[in-house]
Design a protein around this ligand. Sequence first.
Ligand code: SF4
Ligand code: SF4
Length: 366
Amino acid sequence: MAKRIAVVVSQGQSQNPAKRGLEEDIVTALIMESGIEVTVIPHLYDLKADGTGMLALQSIKGNLIVLSWLYERGAHWVLDRNGIHGHVGQTLIKPEDDEDEEEPEATVDKDRVIQHRNIPNRRIYCIDLRVYDTAQPYIDEIKRIANENEQKLVQLGGWLDGTPRPEQVERFAKPTNSTALSVEGSQLEAKTTPAPSDSDNGNGEPVEVIRIEETGGRRWYPVIDYSRCTNCMECIDFCLFGVYGVDKVETILVEQPDNCRKGCPACSRVCPENAIMFPQHKTPAIAGAPVGLVGLKIDLSKLFGAPEEGKSAEEIAALERDEQLVMAGRDAVGMSVGIRKRQEGKSEEPRDELDDLIDGLDELDF
Ligand code: SF4
Ligand code: SF4
């Protein structure tokens, strides 16, 4: 039968046996499921843009499930930056404490970059592997998504990637009414023959687990959430290491990711829309956690740069940038370059929950 959905398992950065065990338990269980194609890649965030891993992901058409050791938002926008576009697929697997929290949507009255993009008719489901330490919840969720996907495909009458279903091909080749088009010269052909394999899933269907190897170390770079980004260019003004650039239509992008200074999240603190993530940062808010998860009860002291020592997020960002400038043999610039006030002009804009949260932090006396 044709593949219903592709599942990608992104491995952890370390060889942690617990992580590897979970990843392999999931892969092993998926082998027993029909209609699911499994690809195992090194850590998604570390993949090179032109490496085998990204090329493999780019070749996947239709809906996609990606399991990784990253927050959902971080994983989605890493994929997006690498040309793997799609609508956000809703998963029932959420980090603890987030189950009853609705992720505040970016306010719609602002002009967001995402509003100007053509997003293909597919869904990408990003699932955080840190939520459960056993495989079964993930298998259940993958099966739920696959079944939902199957039902939608049946309703639509074909596969989302444009591939006709086998029964459609059959009907086309052997029409049952006299008005049917001739099959001669048709481009319609079945794409249901899986690659050869020496094992099957018990249903006589060959099993494919594609394993991608890629060398290269850990990386560190910002990831932009275009559903929040307003293209204000504050990040490009602030960064003095040439990480940001613009595309042909003058939209901000992370152009030279590997120019970023390892461990520094400075520009995430100056982005007025909290659109910049560092998915490997230890602070959930900076790593792309849902806002509900990083709320007051969880990690107040570290959120957006910590008001410790009475410093604002911009002052902390400037200090972090200075530290990196000095380490690179350059002069510190303090607050004199590329800093505009984070909340400047915000009073004119409708507030969202994130604004309230940030203001609440400012009012607290540490
Ligand atoms: S500072 Fe934030 S909102 Fe402004 S362009 Fe950069 S990522 Fe987008
Ligand atoms: S963390 Fe520093 S070096 Fe990296 S992109 Fe942001 S400002 Fe530039």
